[in-house]
Design a binder for this molecule. Structure first.
Ligand SMILES: C[S@@+](CC[C@H](N)C(=O)[O-])C[C@H]1O[C@@H](n2cnc3c(N)ncnc32)[C@H](O)[C@@H]1O
Length: 311
């Protein structure tokens, strides 16, 4: 598999990175996983129905309602009646961790600032129940169609879809939300099994540009929190400029905020790095979750949990 010069350089700069294991892992298809819809159905009934239809499922330790698919009635899960009816949502296993880290509670007001195509918004919708509300925002007109369709398929009548630049959202939403999810645009180097060309096309200037966008989105999302509210920042990349560096710079600007540890029972993670390319990160960053694709033979992810100060 060909990788760009910039990716090759990046891999040699990461002290804990095993390039061969990474390349081996990203050449495997992602493990097939689903989430069962408990918003418009009784979860146990869905489970019984799926078993009758020939599904064999194994629960994921780190995600309520998340399962690994051991057997299914069709090769392409997206073509099953269960998917079409909104009984299940097809989602990568590690991708379910950010919302579990956000811990949305029944009846809460939540914001998903970069929401399309909606895997995490639908997950939040089912955890807050019908008394809560999830505002699912995205800046892409094209991607918002899939977001709306997926929320509708999921029966998420507790959702509101907005189309705006998330960097400006605080102008309307400051202080309004109990929880904010920031699953930001990133270089996606943790899920290249979906697009191997990404490794050939990768240039380091992409990460530098993305970092500026990520920091602005994080700032806007943080302002949308009520006092004592919780924000989760996540990416599906392995690049420290988009992960540790963003959180470290944010903490420096916001010493009043608290970084909280991320629980990840059942998922293998690694200690975030302390320094990259001459930039030393806050030691607090060790509380974040980080994994590479080779760790769980699944997606690579980075997840941080930030609390705003109580009033
Ligand atoms: C990693 S994807 C989100 C995936 C989604 N959270 C999910 O789980 O299905 C990042 C999203 O950010 C959106 N985006 C990019 N720039 C944005 C901006 N300035 N404001 C809001 N959304 C933006 C992209 O259109 C894309 O849908």
């Amino acid at each position: 598999m060909g990788v760009s010069e910039d990716f090759s350089r990046l891999s040699s700069m990461l002290p804990d990175f095993e390039l061969e294991l990474y390349l081996e892992a990203v050449q495997q298809p992602l493990p097939e996983c689903v989430r069962i819809n408990t918003l418009k159905f009784d979860g146990r009934e869905v489970e019984r129905f799926l078993i009758q239809r020939g599904w064999r499922l194994e629960p994921l330790a780190w995600a309520r309602h998340g399962y690994r698919v051991l057997e299914a009635p069709a090769k392409d899960l997206g073509n099953t009646m269960e998917h079409l009816l909104g009984l299940i949502y097809i989602q990568g296993p590690v991708s379910m961790l950010p919302v579990e880290t956000l811990e949305p509670g029944r009846g809460e007001r939540c914001l998903d600032l970069c929401a399309a195509p909606g895997s995490k918004s639908t997950q939040i919708a089912q955890l807050i129940g019908l008394q809560g509300v999830i505002v699912a925002n995205d800046a892409s007109k094209k991607r918002i169609r899939a977001l709306s369709f997926n929320l509708q398929r999921w029966g998420a009548v507790n959702s509101v879809v907005t189309l705006t630049d998330g960097r400006l959202f605080h102008r309307w939403g400051a202080g309004l939300f109990d929880r904010v999810l920031l699953d930001v645009p990133c270089s996606a180097l943790g899920i290249v099994s979906k697009d191997w060309g990404a490794l050939r096309r990768y240039r380091s200037r992409h990460s530098e540009k993305l970092q500026r966008l990520q920091l602005s989105l994080l700032e806007s999302g943080y302002r949308c929190l009520r006092p004592g509210g919780l924000l989760v920042y996540s990416t599906c990349t392995i690049h420290p400029l988009e992960n540790e560096a963003v959180i470290s710079q944010f903490l420096e600007k916001h010493p009043e905020s608290t970084l909280e540890p991320v629980e990840h029972e059942g998922l293998k993670g690694r200690r975030p790095i302390e320094e990259f390319s001459g930039e030393r990160f806050s030691p607090e960053v060790a509380k974040c979750f980080k994994c590479y694709p080779q760790d769980n033979m699944a997606e690579g992810f980075f997840v941080a949990r930030i609390r705003s100060p109580a009033a």
